[in-house]
Design a protein around this ligand. Structure first.
Ligand SMILES: NC(=O)c1ccc[n+]([C@@H]2O[C@H](COP(=O)([O-])OP(=O)(O)OC[C@H]3O[C@@H](n4cnc5c(N)ncnc54)[C@H](OP(=O)(O)O)[C@@H]3O)[C@@H](O)[C@H]2O)c1
Length: 234
């Protein structure tokens, strides 16, 4: 799929779904501005494709995300797609979650999505075109014991997207929510490539999904993209 001359910003690109997506988009011709906190991982990603620029930063930092957006504009002159992918989870019962843990997950998953999207919106509005993607989760729509913190953060992303979609459609800006089930990334406590995750979605499956979502014709918007491994009940 041809992403030539498209500029994509993606958060959480140092590993997992974000890294695989950044690479596949670059391989399909996109200019990619990749951000995450780990500068060494971003440097290593840059060596994989000439179209990738790494900008280290915390997704919840307004200053860092302003730098990410400015880098995209300085290097490529426009922003076509913003993929809010950075995120993580802490899975404990409510009475075991510390306030610091609550604040930290909310800062990355919810505040981070807001901060990066807000930083890019003036450019997207001025262009009269753009696409905001949020990698939420199927648990943006269902709950489970031990998941209060993570699911609350994903439900918050869902609500954020719902309102944003209504605000920005008149400016020609698309909003897509990605709701995936289990993906074999670095997200899970047992780590990447564990025996128990061998039938899960791969990072490559997610990258291909993301490429499909962002490469639709201008008049087509995928509002919601739900994907699961066959072995997982939904
Ligand atoms: N894996 C699954 O089963 C699954 C299912 C549904 C949805 N998701 C969602 O998919 C997204 C990507 O997760 P993944 O599975 O690819 O996990 P992962 O392999 O652990 O990658 C998470 C990425 O987020 C970045 N990140 C975390 N905190 C950050 C912060 N404060 N600022 C900037 N970047 C930050 C990490 O980079 P640094 O540490 O370098 O900052 C890393 O690049 C998340 O939003 C997750 O909730 C995952």
């Amino acid at each position: 799929m041809n992403m030539q001359n498209k500029t994509i910003i993606i958060s959480g690109a140092s590993r997992g779904i974000g890294r695989a997506t950044a690479l596949l988009l670059a391989q399909n011709g996109a200019n990619v501005v990749a951000t995450a906190r780990n500068a060494d991982d971003l440097k290593s990603l840059e060596t994989e494709h000439a179209n990738i620029v790494g900008v280290p930063g915390d997704v919840a930092s307004e200053t860092d995300m302003a730098t990410v957006v400015q880098t995209a504009l300085d290097r490529f002159g426009r922003i076509d797609v913003v993929i809010n992918n950075a995120g993580y989870g802490i899975f404990k019962n409510v009475d075991e979650i510390s306030v610091a843990e609550w604040d930290s997950v909310m800062a990355t998953n919810v505040k981070g999505t807001f901060v990066l999207t807000k930083a890019a919106l003036p450019t997207l509005k001025a262009q009269g075109t753009g696409h905001v993607v949020v990698v939420a989760s199927d648990v943006a729509k269902r709950t489970f014991a031990g998941g209060s913190l993570y699911t609350a953060s994903k439900y918050a992303q869902e609500a954020f997207m719902g309102a944003l979609r209504k605000e920005v459609r008149p400016f020609g800006i698309k909003v897509t929510g990605v709701y995936s089930g289990l993906v074999d990334s670095h997200f899970h406590a047992k780590g990447h490539g564990h025996e128990t995750s061998k039938n899960w979605l791969t990072e490559g499956d997610m990258a291909e999904s993301m490429l499909f979502i962002v490469s639709r014709p201008a008049h087509v918007v995928i509002d919601e993209f739900m994907v699961h491994p066959l072995e997982q009940e939904y």
